[in-house]
Design a protein around this ligand. Structure first.
Ligand code: SF4
Ligand code: SF4
Length: 388
């Protein structure tokens, strides 16, 4: 089956998913909030946690304006997601200041990507202080890519934190290596929530992984739901009219609706940076995924195919110079897709010095062939030009 037909089937399958199981409620402002008339807030419960959250949560990773976060909370969005490392370590402080007075009405999630029990627990203490709260509703082991990352000592850190009342539920997040991480997480019988990248451009196999986790009683929170953003960014050529047109026609909203059409997804946390985006994303709770959305996403998929890495990791280890291709393309996405140059460069600068010094332009031919059509060498040359 060609990639194109796989994708077409996948999108079509999305249209056929049942709406049953969605916990659709009428507009219901939370205490102290004032959802305006006309915006239907819909809720789902995360796995077996009992946490009833809006179908659209708020990913704070690249938000720099706290008033957007405050506005979302005022409108009734009740799930906010951050991490110890976001914003160079400053994102939690901004989120904490924005949500302090509303804390008791909200579900607050943060993450540690530390690899040892002690370092993770130290991260948690810092997270609580920065977020001005005594507890997190969900604490994720962040950015795990293989089974061995799901370590006993990190799970022990979560158990200790829960016993001390510092977290309510244990989570794990993954961008790459979904199959291994999902399997290890299910086998561990420890996690309440998996935070996973999930979007219309991914390998359809991820749907089965999500189903497996749901069947094991694990809640699913979807991130990276826009398949790279591609909304507005100063790092695109100004003559990129296709991107502008697709964005204006609502490709981002269609992408979010596509995620929410899956009843096995409990909530999605798109990264939101401004009021326009907040307004647009809120609409995803008010309208179903339609054939028009399907058509728009098909066009969008054609546009992003050579640019967007789906992080399937099928090319893992293929570069003879050892470049972590999927990671580097993710850093480029932060700059180009989200307009977050600093975030992309920050991650690039954490790579080993020898990797940072590699120049794909010096290669006579690229050994990395992407089955999804990403122009790997060209994209990595762009990343090296931007970040090195
Ligand atoms: S470059 Fe292609 S093969 Fe490699 S991780 Fe990205 S989508 Fe997968
Ligand atoms: S061009 Fe391809 S093979 Fe060469 S360094 Fe870059 S990713 Fe590796």
């Amino acid at each position: 089956m060609s990639h194109s037909s796989s994708r077409r089937d996948f999108l079509a399958a999305g249209l056929a998913l049942p709406a049953a199981g969605l916990n659709t409620l009428p507009a219901r402002p939370l205490a102290g909030s004032s959802a305006p008339a006309g915006i239907p807030l819909r809720y789902r419960t995360i796995g077996k946690t009992g946490l009833k959250v809006t179908e659209m949560g708020f990913g704070c990773m690249i938000t720099s304006d706290p008033s957007v976060i405050e506005k979302a909370a005022d409108l009734g969005i009740n799930l906010f997601d951050t991490a110890r490392v976001y914003g160079g370590g400053n994102n939690e402080r901004m989120v904490g200041a924005a949500l302090k007075s509303r804390r008791k009405n909200l579900v607050l999630a943060s993450k540690s990507r530390s690899a040892t029990r002690q370092a993770a627990l130290e991260d948690l203490e810092t997270s609580l202080k920065e977020l001005q709260t005594d507890y997190l509703d969900i604490w994720y082991l962040h950015n795990k890519t293989k089974a061995s990352d799901v370590s006993d000592e990190l799970m022990e850190a979560q158990r200790m934190a829960r016993q001390q009342g510092k977290i309510r539920f244990a989570g794990i997040s993954t961008h790459i290596g979904h199959e291994e991480v999902f399997s290890a997480a299910i086998k561990a019988r420890h996690f309440d929530v998996i935070l996973t990248s999930y979007h219309f451009a991914m390998d359809p196999g991820v749907d089965q992984l999500i189903r497996n986790a749901k069947n094991a009683g694990i809640g699913i929170v979807a991130m990276k739901v826009m398949a790279g953003g591609f909304r507005k960014s100063p790092y695109y050529p100004s003559d990129d009219n296709t991107r502008s047109r697709l964005s204006k026609e609502g490709a981002m909203l269609a992408a979010l609706k596509w995620v929410l059409r899956n009843p096995n997804v409990d909530t999605a946390i798109p990264s939101i940076i401004d009021m326009d985006q907040l307004d647009e994303d809120l609409k995803a709770m008010a309208a179903p995924f339609t054939p028009a959305d399907d058509k728009l996403l098909a066009a969008h998929l054609d546009y992003i195919r050579p640019r967007y890495c789906r992080m399937c990791d099928r090319c893992g280890g293929a570069c003879p110079q050892g470049l972590p291709v999927a990671d580097m393309l993710r850093f480029l996405m932060y700059a180009e897709g989200y307009g977050q140059f600093s975030l992309g460069r920050e991650h690039f600068k954490e790579l080993p010095a020898a990797i940072q010094q590699v120049r794909c332009a010096d290669c006579s031919g690229c050994a990395v062939q992407c089955p999804n059509g990403v122009q790997v060498a060209q994209r990595l040359i762009r990343a090296q030009e931007l970040f090195a």
